[in-house]
Design a protein around this ligand. Structure first.
Ligand SMILES: *[C@@H]1O[C@H](CO)[C@@H](O)[C@H](O)[C@H]1NC(C)=O
Ligand SMILES: *[C@@H]1O[C@H](CO)[C@@H](O)[C@H](O)[C@H]1NC(C)=O
Ligand SMILES: *[C@@H]1O[C@H](CO)[C@@H](O)[C@H](O)[C@H]1NC(C)=O
Length: 321
């Protein structure tokens, strides 16, 4: 073997080292640009500063970002962390459970929440498609698709699923990425608005065990302006001995692969989307037969002419009760 000093006196080696240095500098600059300009911590910090200006010190919640500013952990390192609840919601009530604590400022009223959710799901579906990440609609969002391809007006969050393989890619390659989406707020006038979304992956996402029930949401696509989010859960064969051939999330929703695949290509809220192959079976399994036929739900009535759920007025709601 040649001594180290001899290696460095070799011009070819020196040249190679220089090229490598320059390349790595270019690549790290590119990585920042790909994330949309500002790293994740920038948005958390900015929001915290805003909140500090608004809320008195005594009411501030502690930051859930325990790992903020630290280097990303490897899969092996993550496997060793004792489990704690990663995603923090704005509060324990049904209303406040729909907002990420870090980005929450005020509850969104009924009249405007649907527009925010529409931009949320459109940005999610189009970004995932452009990154070649497979995802499909789940739970109440799938039910909304079944009726009219839209979010149901009484829903305050959106649900999507991914395979365990995609979840691992999200954790390794896309965690903390920030995405800008141009929302066309008025197609007639061409008025638009750029909105920002954060993809945040739970450090316990790739654990196969069910866990303690505090981390069954594996990842979130968060609207950093309001804190509203898409809940993303990953399906894996979690218990190959007890339940062979059943893919489930950490919240015990189980599916046979043939129920899900091949996914059907469709549209949701006006953009391309995917749904499970046997969507009716999936919906009946989760919500019962009545979810596909009952036309009065959560204070809304199905209007077959406009194909929309219409909010009932107070007199009507009392009649139903
Ligand atoms: C939104 O972003 C795009 C691309 O960066 C830009 O061309 C456009 O002017 C922006 N629109 C608004 C309303 O800021
Ligand atoms: C994702 O990033 C956040 C913030 O940096 C970090 O706390 C979390 O552990 C990361 N998740 C994974 C799967 O690495
Ligand atoms: C409520 O809806 C019913 C039926 O559509 C209608 O007859 C009634 O006038 C409405 N009441 C109010 C207060 O809007």
């Amino acid at each position: 073997m040649r001594p180290l000093a001899a290696l460095f006196s070799n011009h070819k080696v020196l040249l190679l080292l220089t090229v490598l240095l320059v390349l790595s500098a270019i690549l790290s600059t590119a990585a920042v640009a790909r994330g949309g300009g500002q790293p994740f911590s920038f948005y958390v910090q900015q929001k915290q500063e805003q909140q500090q200006q608004q809320t008195p010190l005594s009411q501030q919640t502690p930051s859930p970002q325990e790992n903020q500013g630290q280097k990303a952990l490897s899969e092996g390192q993550r496997a060793l962390i004792p489990e704690y609840k990663y995603f923090q919601e704005a509060g324990g009530t049904l209303e406040l459970a729909h907002y990420d604590a870090r980005f929450f400022t005020a509850p969104i009223p009924y009249t405007t929440h649907r527009t925010i959710l529409t931009h949320l799901i459109r940005s999610y579906l189009t970004t995932f498609a452009s990154l070649n990440l497979e995802t499909w609609l789940a739970h109440g969002t799938l039910l909304g698709w079944y009726w009219n391809g839209r979010i149901m007006p009484w829903d305050f969050d959106v649900d999507a699923q991914v395979s365990g393989t995609t979840l691992a890619i999200l954790a390794e390659q896309h965690n903390g990425s920030v995405h800008t989406y141009t929302a066309h707020t008025n197609p007639t006038t061409g008025q638009e608005e750029n909105r920002t979304y954060l993809l945040d992956v739970n450090p316990f996402a790739t654990r196969v065990g069910w866990g303690r029930g505090e981390n069954f949401i594996d990842a979130r696509w968060i609207d950093v302006e309001t804190g509203m989010f898409v809940d993303i859960t990953g399906l894996v064969e979690r218990d190959p001995r007890g339940q062979p051939g059943v893919w489930s999330c950490k919240n015990y929703h189980g599916y046979r692969p043939e129920e899900l695949f091949p996914l059907r290509e469709t549209e949701f809220e006006g953009v391309p989307a995917m749904v499970p192959w046997e969507y009716e079976g999936v919906l009946v399994g989760e919500y019962g037969e009545k979810s596909l036929v009952v036309t009065e739900w959560e204070g809304h009535r199905w209007d077959p002419d406009s194909k929309e759920w219409v909010k009932m007025n107070e007199t009507e709601t009392e009649e139903v009760l």
